[in-house]
Design a protein around this ligand. Structure first.
Ligand code: 26V
Length: 824
């Protein structure tokens, strides 16, 4: 009987229009006569949302019924960006919506642009999680994401007088993509104390008592796969004071304010995304966020498992949990606590289950990013968890001692507890010990963690516990959605859009590298994308850039290790060279637009100084009549996912120039090449594998190698170290006040001249500038350039996140896709 009523969803333009209009008039209670673009967006989003819900419900039923092993991806960040365009493309109805919206008097691009980015992440790590969700749904894996529903995402960036200013990102005013599940909640405890006693039956009971309770409420976000009925779930937790906790006594006795203050304290937990990336600061609220989210997720997962009535020993046959960095490491401790304290399993039995359930992905080797929490802090906030951590450590150290009885130092080196003042819990060590696999995110990075930060654990566990899964990106968003014309051209050449599901099919493009007409269209599309970016620059910055110039782009979080300073010093070097040239010499130059974008962590002063310098250089260079179109310097404000979709397809060259050995992988490098741009880069992160795939002749590599970094740093302090003379000229130019207030940039210069140049800017400066010159030469031969571009794209198949997810599924999670054949 239910079947008769179950909804089907629109498929035609007229059906879409009637659905959208119905939502505008009823759900939104708006009259069509004053329907603006925002209302049209809302109606369209709600119409597509209805379609997704149908498949979403079916997917959840199918997954429950199939009763297979599931994967849970725990990430504090999901940098999803906009959902509508993606939903339209994934269900294959974008053209229907486009025509329908045109009937109603709207351009689909304007409607799509109404949507607020879901910006629940900082950068690479959060965007990777979003690409993974897309691939897991597209490949029909039963996989859920678990995260936090921040009220404020990553701040919005404005530039005022050349300085970064942070604006809060309140994004939940109207969010059609989330569904509150008020019936799905978990009470999470903090503080309190641990009571151990023996009960009447002589059993040891451990109870964690008298804590403060905060309630986690689930908000679900549908994650549609491309060209499949699978719609997976992203579950985000929101914090509220538990109804049991709200102090009615206080309230009734007139202490309204204090009762409300308690309520607000609880809501603070999920209020804001921490805007640091790669810097750990040990704030209690951050630890509260981590535990709140781990506890809610784990209880949800365990509750689902218990419905199956299976034995506990089957837990890891049903459940795999992946830890996105160490942020969810407490999940390991929480599962052990659930099994031992609440379900009454023995310690060893529980620990076997725990370690076969978890996998841990490391995303950085930077020491300042490795999480450590002070023992007193954990003791106070999570007293029972601290005991469990000590027990885990004790058992681990005993096993190490047995195997390496003569190596006393080893015990201290691998101990979860760092014997400092105060003592610290090393979260990465706990994550390694509590997982069955540990992976890095690109080959070099995975090798580095084995030989540096986790070396001792390779000795303890052997090398097989450590593995590599090179990152990937979803070609749906980063090719098809961001660059529809290129996607269409590729499809027309290779016969279908199948490459969006099997990216290795791009290799069918290679036979066309000499096809004149094809190359012309290829170049035209790049040009059109540059025009689109030039328009964006015009509307946001108020000046024009020449789309015929070489577009050189570096967009990513601002960080000393990513070396935006190397780029801007190179720009100044170029500026000085132009100034010293005769008009004849200038005529031979390739005009360039240097585009920068990215946010600095609000407390990261040096990164903010770099932003300031870029903006000041822009102010001077862009209005210098000697320079004209030969050089423009643009800082694009508020770089985010939706802006990346405009920026990435528009590059001729993009910069991935981190000090070798510091960038774990990078993923925008993959996005730029997939869109036909060239790369200037160091031998770092995934640049190395990109080079291997596309060929050395198709990438501009420079700089010192990772294996030489340590010696170079040593030499800076103890050798006869001299700063590169060309770079000294750049510094002199800055110090003269060419770009205003020279004092403002002193620290940037002295970091290199006086404080050891930790990121090897000076060592790599020559080779960087020379490589930029090679790029100018290469760009002059447009035909050869386009050949490189096409060849590179044809060889990018490896970098799809589909390949990456299949590797995780086969080698870490041991899960299989669900059969959806009869649903299609
Ligand atoms: C670390 C921390 C430290 C504590 C404060 C908050 C916070 C937030 C994020 C992080 C993560 C830093 C690690 C990270 O983002 N790694 C990036 O991961 C990308 C995906 O694997 C990779 O492509 C980038 O190279 C890597 O920098």
């Amino acid at each position: 009987a239910w079947k008769k009523f179950s909804p089907k969803g629109f498929t035609t333009k007229d059906e879409f229009e009637s659905e959208a209009v119905k939502h505008i008039e009823t759900t939104l209670a708006r009259s069509l006569f004053n329907c603006d673009e925002l209302a049209a967006y809302s109606g369209t989003a709600l119409a597509f949302r209805d379609r997704l819900i149908i498949d979403w419900n079916k997917t959840q039923q199918r997954q429950s019924f199939a009763d297979q092993k599931r994967l849970y991806y725990l990430s504090l960040e999901f940098l999803m960006g906009r959902a509508l365009d993606n939903a339209m493309l994934n269900v294959g109805l974008k053209n229907v919506a486009k025509d329908g919206l045109a009937d109603l008097g709207f351009r689909i691009e304007d409607i799509i642009a109404q949507e607020h980015d879901a910006a629940l992440g900082n950068g690479g790590l959060g965007r990777l999680a979003a690409c993974f969700l897309d691939s897991m749904a597209t490949l029909n894996y039963a996989a859920w994401g678990y995260g936090l529903r921040y009220r404020y995402g990553i701040f919005k960036q404005e530039i005022q007088d050349g300085y970064q200013v942070e604006i809060p990102d309140y994004w939940l005013d109207f969010n059609p993509w989330e569904f509150p599940r008020h019936d799905v909640s978990v009470d999470v405890q903090f503080y309190g104390w641990v009571n151990k006693y023996t009960n009447d039956e002589g059993k040891q009971i451990v109870s964690w008592q008298d804590g403060e309770i905060v309630t986690a409420t689930a908000y679900d976000v549908p994650v549609p796969g491309y060209g499949t009925p699978t719609v997976n779930n992203l579950r985000l937790w929101s914090s509220k004071a538990s109804s049991g906790e709200f102090d009615f006594a206080k309230f009734n006795s007139g202490e309204y304010e204090s009762a409300v203050a308690d309520e607000q304290r609880a809501e603070t937990i999920s209020a804001v995304l921490y805007p640091n990336d790669n810097l750990e600061r040990g704030k209690e609220l951050r630890l509260k966020q981590q535990y709140f989210w781990c506890a809610a997720s784990l209880h949800d997962i365990v509750r689902r498992f218990k419905k199956s009535k299976r034995k506990w020993s089957e837990f890891s046959d049903q459940v795999a949990i992946q830890l996105n960095d160490t942020h969810p490491t407490l999940a390991i401790v929480e599962l052990q606590r659930i099994l031992v304290d609440m379900e009454g399993l023995g310690w060893d039995e529980a620990w076997t289950i725990v370690t076969s359930t978890f996998g841990y992905t490391n995303h950085t080797v930077l020491p300042e990013a490795l999480e450590k929490w002070s023992v007193p802090l954990i003791q106070n906030l999570l007293p029972r968890h601290l005991q469990i951590i000590y027990e885990i450590n004790l058992q681990f150290l005993q096993s190490v001692e047995k195997r390496f009885p003569k190596d006393r130092d080893l015990l201290g080196r691998v101990s979860i507890i760092e014997e400092s003042q105060p003592k610290m819990v090393r979260m990465a060590y706990l994550a390694i010990i509590g997982s069955h696999k540990v992976n890095g995110v690109a080959e070099l990075h995975s090798d580095l963690i084995k030989t540096t930060i986790f070396k001792d654990f390779v000795k303890v566990y052997g090398p097989d516990k450590f593995t590599n899964v090179t990152n990937g990106i979803t070609p749906r968003r980063w090719l098809h959605q961001a660059n529809p014309r290129l996607s269409e051209l590729i499809a027309s050449k290779i016969g279908s859009y199948e490459f969006l599901k099997d990216l290795t099919l791009l290799n069918k493009l290679e036979p066309f590298v000499d096809d004149k007409e094809f190359k012309k269209e290829w170049a035209e599309i790049k040009y059109a994308n540059k025009v689109r970016l030039a328009q964006h620059i015009q509307t946001t910055k108020g000046y024009s850039v020449n789309p015929k110039a070489l577009f050189d782009i570096q967009v990513k979080r601002i960080h000393e290790y990513k070396r935006q300073q190397l780029n801007i010093f190179g720009v100044i070097h170029r500026y000085m060279a132009i100034k010293s040239m005769s008009p004849e010499e200038r005529k031979k130059l390739v005009p360039r637009v240097s585009v920068f974008g990215g946010k600095a962590a609000p407390g990261y002063w040096m990164a903010k100084t770099i932003i300031h310098l870029i903006n000041k250089v822009g102010e001077v260079v862009n209005k210098d009549p000697d320079v004209g179109d030969l050089l423009k310097v643009v800082f694009l404000e508020d770089y985010n996912v939706s802006k990346a979709e405009i920026i990435v397809p528009a590059s001729d060259i993009s910069e991935h120039i981190s000090t070798a050995g510091t960038e774990a992988s990078g993923t925008s490098n993959m996005k730029f090449v997939l869109n036909g741009g060239m790369i200037i880069g160091t031998l770092d992160g995934a640049n190395i594998e990109i080079t291997r795939e596309i060929g050395e002749q198709n990438i501009f590599l420079f700089g010192n190698l990772s294996e030489d970094v340590e010696d170079l740093r040593h030499h800076h302090f103890y050798g006869d170290y001299k700063v590169n003379p060309e770079l000294v000229k750049v510094f002199d130019c800055i110090k003269k006040g060419t770009f205003g207030d020279e004092g403002a940039f002193g620290a940037l210069i002295s970091g290199i001249v006086e404080h050891g140049d930790y990121y090897l800017v000076s060592d790599d400066f020559n080779s960087y500038c020379q490589t930029q010159d090679l790029i100018d030469e290469a760009y002059k031969d447009q035909d050869a350039w386009v050949t490189k571009s096409i060849t590179s794209v044809a060889r990018m198949g490896f970098f799809t996140s589909d390949r990456c997810i299949n590797e995780y599924a086969d080698t870490i999670w041991n899960i299989e896709p669900l059969d959806v054949a009869e649903e299609k």
